[in-house]
Design a protein around this ligand. Structure first.
Ligand SMILES: [Fe+2]
Ligand SMILES: [Fe+2]
Length: 251
């Protein structure tokens, strides 16, 4: 499925839905931000579109998913950092909701991703030996910094961009894997995340009202969105280069 702005407004998924308590003006503002996030180049990166229609070699596939692992392995820990820069219980509740959702009750999303890597014949030795790209390290450091420092509106902007873009990004990964011929069992992690990330985006949407009412709050919120998407865009630019280099080396 292609993730559209309307999927955040209404869906049949068993995930967090948008609250009706958000004012009309905040709703209109945030709907516009969702449209902008989904239209950003990092979300519609040429590499992701290309992956949906072109098969990767085994080595290229390994590069892509080891880099992906380096990108999001520790995200739940970073998200929880936001709880240390607020005294707003509503923010604390939803930030922790998103973070603990990643941990599940018995099996974490990280465990599920490890199983997915295993199904692609990517071993724990591969993971251990892998040196992530500078841009992936910068993405991690950037996320850590922004979720750990004031102003809160900037951290919330980055988190809203993070969760919203993630739903669309997971659907792109899923399309690539489908095109590669992988069955639903192998793609389960990604299919689950299209829905889960819509729920995470909605959880944050529901607590943004007080933070995006004046120009100063909006400006800080938007700087967080822009910063996150810019880090993601650089991540994809360099993943694309690394995957191309792998193709050249194998030719
Ligand atoms: Fe997850
Ligand atoms: Fe998420």
């Amino acid at each position: 499925m292609t993730v559209l702005a309307k999927d955040f407004q209404e869906n049949d998924f068993k995930v967090m839905q948008r609250s009706s308590g958000v004012s009309e003006s905040v709703k209109a503002y945030l709907d516009q931000k969702v449209e902008e996030i989904l239209a950003h180049r990092s979300v519609n990166h040429p590499f992701l579109a290309w992956y949906g229609e072109n098969a990767l070699s085994k080595e290229q596939e390994k590069q892509l998913y080891l880099e992906t692992n380096a990108y999001f392995k520790y995200l739940p820990f970073y998200v929880a950092n936001i709880s240390t820069i607020t005294r707003d219980e509503a923010v604390l509740r939803e930030v922790l909701h998103n973070s603990t959702d990643e941990l599940g009750t018995q099996k974490s999303h990280s465990d599920m991703f490890a199983q997915f890597l295993d199904m692609l014949d990517i071993t724990s030795e591969d993971i251990e030996a892998y040196e992530p790209l500078e841009s992936s390290v910068a993405l991690n450091e950037g996320i850590k910094e922004i979720y750990n420092s004031l102003p809160l509106e900037r951290a919330l902007g980055a988190l809203f961009a993070d969760e919203t873009q993630s739903a669309a990004m997971c659907s792109r990964y899923n399309e690539g894997l489908k095109n590669q011929g992988y069955d639903a069992r192998t793609r389960h992690f990604w299919e689950l995340h299209i829905e889960a990330e819509i729920g995470h985006s909605n959880a944050i949407y529901n607590i943004l009202g007080p933070y995006v009412t004046d120009d100063e709050g909006k400006e800080r919120f938007e700087s967080g969105i822009a910063h996150y998407l810019q880090l993601m865009e650089k991540f994809w630019d360099n993943v694309e280069l690394r995957v191309q280099e792998t193709a050249a080396a194998c030719a």
